[in-house]
Design a protein around this ligand. Structure first.
Ligand code: FAD
Length: 434
């Protein structure tokens, strides 16, 4: 058995930024399923959006709403956009280095953005941000991180959360009691055969919340990225960032002809690619970077350039074979604008949560920002409110029950198929207008 004042599950930007914004006199425990660096946050390529100045507010708001099919929660979108300059200042204070020129920040553009408003660091923005946050968390004396430890269940008493059941690296179960618990377990890519996500991200927050009737929202809103590098095997797909299209790359069919506007929202471009693949009877389409010079590619997209070379594709002459893949999860554990779930003392942040920012479809480069904004809000709310202390009875009950925990949803061999069918069920309900 372990205990902490505040327990965080996950070491992506959501979990780390929560830890960095919590009161320094609290004992914080973070657990993560794999090694600290293996989070989708490290994989983010394109960048992070920011409100450049007041004149861009309406346009940024409208782009986010349009991409989300106007199903976004307006209040959440406003909070995210208004908080973005402060978040970027925070990141810079942790040493994050965004591309600059003599006038200041350089902004790039991705699909469905009316104007360039995305900050970036080469094509490894996520690694730049998350590694700096991780270093800052390592320096905090009140934080302990346990790698290769997984949450397998929540400890809930009368809709009050007082911790989790965890599994250590040897497969042994133990309880962690905490006054506040934060779910920051990321997305659902591991449930899909084709995904750009780490395979160990299997929507575990959804699984445990389902078990305890904690409210979920839009769990069928799964975003497919139009352009991942096509390969015949089923490994994690390498992403060809949307900003490559933003900088001028074009999609081509099997005859080398352009077939769609590359800067439409992701779901629209994905549908166009799928239609073209069906028409041409191919497994992929092509992405040509001939409109960009080799120097531009090496400067802005060095990792994509290298990856392609390693796989025999020499940019810009050769086109890249690309195919749509599962990429992002707009739904999740329902939270309010302070990232509180429907269960007392339980919070959810980042991709595991649904605060409604993205509606039905995420606007490119809004997710790192959304994770950071609402992680900070969760931390502030936790700092201002008392949590739940587990009673001796609950502690004893859960200690005695540990041996029977093997039948819990997350530990069952059919977990993936259960979750996939829940997602399909939610899709049918949406299609039937429920
Ligand atoms: C290839 C790629 C490119 C992207 N590019 C961009 C971009 O350019 N801009 C942008 O804004 N967004 C981008 N995104 C999306 C963005 O990276 C994520 O939405 C965001 O980083 C999610 O952060 P998170 O903290 O919620 O989750 P993650 O960073 O995925 O972290 C989840 C953490 O939870 C842990 N975990 C999971 N389950 C358990 C469990 N049961 N027990 C213990 N620990 C657990 C994991 O080990 C991990 O540490 C991209 C995503 C991918 C995959």
């Amino acid at each position: 058995m372990k205990s902490a004042d505040i327990l965080i599950i996950g070491t992506g930007v959501g979990g780390l930024f929560t830890a960095l914004n919590l009161p320094s006199d609290k004992k914080i425990l973070i657990i993560t399923k794999d090694k600290c660096e293996n989070s989708d946050s490290f994989l983010a390529q394109g960048g992070i959006c920011v409100l450049k100045d007041e004149s861009d507010y309406e346009s940024y708001y409208n782009d986010t709403m349009r991409a989300g099919h106007y199903e976004n929660r307006k209040e959440s979108v406003e909070i995210m956009i208004r908080s973005s300059p402060e978040i970027i200042n925070d990141l810079v204070s942790y040493g994050v280095d965004f591309e600059r020129n003599s006038d200041g920040f350089v902004y790039t553009r991705e699909g469905a953005h009316s104007t360039p408003r995305i900050l970036f660091h080469e094509d490894i923005t996520g690694e730049e941000i998350t590694s700096k946050l991780l270093s800052a968390v390592f320096r905090l004396p009140n934080v302990t991180i346990l790698e290769y430890n997984s949450m397998v269940d929540l400890i809930v008493d009368d809709n009050k959360c007082c911790g989790i059941v965890a599994k250590n690296e040897h497969g042994e179960l133990y309880n962690i009691f905490a006054e506040h618990t934060v779910l920051a377990t990321g997305g659902v890519g591991g449930l899909y055969v084709h995904s750009t996500n780490f395979r160990h991200l299997t929507g575990d927050a959804l699984g445990v919340c389902m078990e305890h009737n904690i409210k979920l929202e839009n769990i069928d809103y799964v975003q497919i990225h139009p352009t991942s590098y096509y390969m015949a095997n089923h490994d994690r797909r390498f992403l060809i960032s949307e900003s490559v299209r933003g900088e001028g790359a074009v999609l081509l069919d099997k005859n080398g002809d352009r077939f769609t506007d590359e800067l439409q929202p992701r779901d629209v471009v994905t549908a166009a690619i799928r239609k073209q693949m069906a028409k041409d009877n191919t497994n992929h389409v092509w992405l040509s970077l001939k409109n960009l010079s080799e120097d531009e590619i090496i400067k802005h997209f060095p990792h994509i350039y290298e990856y392609c070379r390693e796989h025999g594709v020499n940019l810009p002459e050769d086109p890249i074979p690309v195919v749509p893949a599962q990429h992002y999860f707009m739904g999740g554990v329902w939270v309010d604008s302070d990232s509180k779930t429907s269960c007392e003392a339980l919070y959810a942040v980042g991709e595991a949560s649904c605060n409604g920012v993205h509606g039905k479809n995420r606007l490119a480069s809004n997710s790192l920002l959304e994770s950071l904004v609402f992680a900070k809000r969760a931390a502030h709310h936790i700092g201002l409110h008392d949590g739940i202390k587990a009673s001796e009875k609950i502690k004893n009950d859960y200690e005695n029950r540990l041996k029977q925990h093997n039948d819990y949803l997350l530990m069952r061999p059919d977990y993936v198929s259960v979750m996939r069918s829940e997602i399909e069920k939610a899709k049918e309900n949406h299609n039937n207008g429920e």
